[in-house]
Design a protein around this ligand. Structure first.
Ligand SMILES: [Zn+2]
Ligand SMILES: [Zn+2]
Ligand SMILES: [Zn+2]
Length: 146
């Protein structure tokens, strides 16, 4: 099954209807293959449907998030970016070169359990990226200091 069909199936399973705006936004998310802002999505959608405004994009993204098929994440100081919610993942972002890598959400299971057990805090790890220094930037830093 194509990814867009699988997403459409999830949408209907959550009780959502497929509208032209939803379809355009989901198609744009599938073809983007990476994390895009609402403005990026607007530009992609407007290439085919110039009448779709940014407010419609935001409204559509909201509805798709409520239906559980789209998610947004904050990768750093910039705007929220959107991605399909069909594969649970967490983002690690390098604060030096801004590279973004996706890692399995399960890596954080122990931390989630500890926060629940120790603080009765139900953490939602994937709302924000984990910030640090990537491998190649660490290598560069070591060279500079050595
Ligand atoms: Zn947010
Ligand atoms: Zn993502
Ligand atoms: Zn880096």
């Amino acid at each position: 099954m194509e990814r867009i069909e699988a997403v459409a199936k999830n949408l209907r399973a959550s009780g959502g209807r497929m509208t032209p705006a939803r379809k355009s936004v989901l198609n744009a998310l599938v073809s983007a293959r990476s994390h895009v802002t609402a403005e990026d999505l607007m530009n992609m959608v407007q290439a085919e449907s110039p009448e779709v405004h940014l407010s419609t994009i935001y409204r559509t993204l909201d509805a798709l998030e409520n239906l559980g098929v789209v998610d947004h994440v904050h990768l750093g100081h910039g705007r929220a970016v959107y991605h399909l919610a069909d594969n649970a993942h967490q983002h690690i972002v390098c604060e030096l070169c801004s590279s973004v890598e996706e890692v399995p959400a399960t890596l954080f299971a122990q931390l989630e359990r500890s926060l629940m057990e120790g603080y009765q805090f139900k953490v939602r790890m994937n709302h924000f990226a984990v910030i640090g220094t990537c491998k190649s930037c660490q290598a560069r830093e070591q060279k500079q200091s050595g």
